[in-house]
Design a protein around this ligand. Structure first.
Ligand SMILES: [Zn+2]
Length: 232
């Protein structure tokens, strides 16, 4: 059965039909839509940054982060724990609805270098299932807890269809150094293409939330565009 959107594209041209058909076959529809939406922008912005938030969703801080990102029209990536997404599925759904990327940070935050293959697989796949139930697509990125990775972790991630995604700017917001310190650390280190690590779960993240508006305002003023990460 040919989906209706594909019929509409047929009018435009045969090459588009083939491209869209392949894309739809290779990944779930929702992700195909996201990818199609993001790819042209990623190619045109000269200065761009990827904001990422780990360890949520959290009923207070994730909701606040989502509201701030929405206010500034910024899209980011949420590396969620499966156990938190299972508890607060509406926040995973909201992140997806607002155009953010929702990706895999394992079920319960173990050091993936120290677990068996069976545990690795269940940590990743149970999280995949929980996130997919809210977003409609399977995450392609895996962020290992603590950034703890090695060749075995990468190989196992690849076997599950995942790319390991770390970061390049770490303001250590989780240590609660003060809102202005978080702001300063991010703004001093960001370059085009940076992946910024922040946290919307796993503890008191009020300093991260408070730092966010200044970070967004300043980076926008510097001409940055914000993209989510899909690992496609
Ligand atoms: Zn984490």
């Amino acid at each position: 059965m040919i989906p209706r959107w594909q019929v509409r594209i047929t009018i435009v041209g045969l090459s588009l039909v083939l491209a869209a058909g392949l894309s739809a076959a290779a990944k779930p529809d929702q992700q195909a839509v996201h990818t199609a939406t993001m790819a042209p922008q990623a190619a045109t912005a000269s200065k761009y940054v990827y904001l990422t938030f780990d360890d949520g969703p959290h009923p207070q801080y994730t909701a606040q982060v989502l509201a701030i990102l929405r206010k500034y029209g910024v899209r980011a990536t949420f590396f969620e724990l499966g156990r938190n997404a299972a508890r607060y599925p509406y926040l995973t759904r909201r992140a997806d609805l607002y155009g953010h990327s929702v990706q895999n940070h394992t079920w319960s935050h173990p050091d993936l270098r120290k677990v068996s293959w069976a545990t690795f697989k269940s940590q990743v796949q149970s999280t995949d299932r929980t996130l997919r139930a809210q977003t409609g697509y399977t995450p392609r990125c895996l962020r290992p807890p603590y950034g703890a990775t090695n060749s075995v972790v990468s190989r196992r991630a690849a076997a599950l269809g995942k790319k390991v995604k770390l970061w390049s700017v770490d303001p250590r917001d989780w240590s609660r150094p003060g809102t202005s310190v978080i702001v300063r650390r991010v703004l001093a280190s960001v370059r085009s293409g940076s992946v910024v690590l922040m946290h919307d779960g796993g503890g008191n993240r009020s300093q991260t939330v408070a730092a966010l508006p200044t970070i967004l305002r300043t980076l926008k003023a510097r001409g940055y565009t914000f993209y989510p990460i899909w690992c496609t």
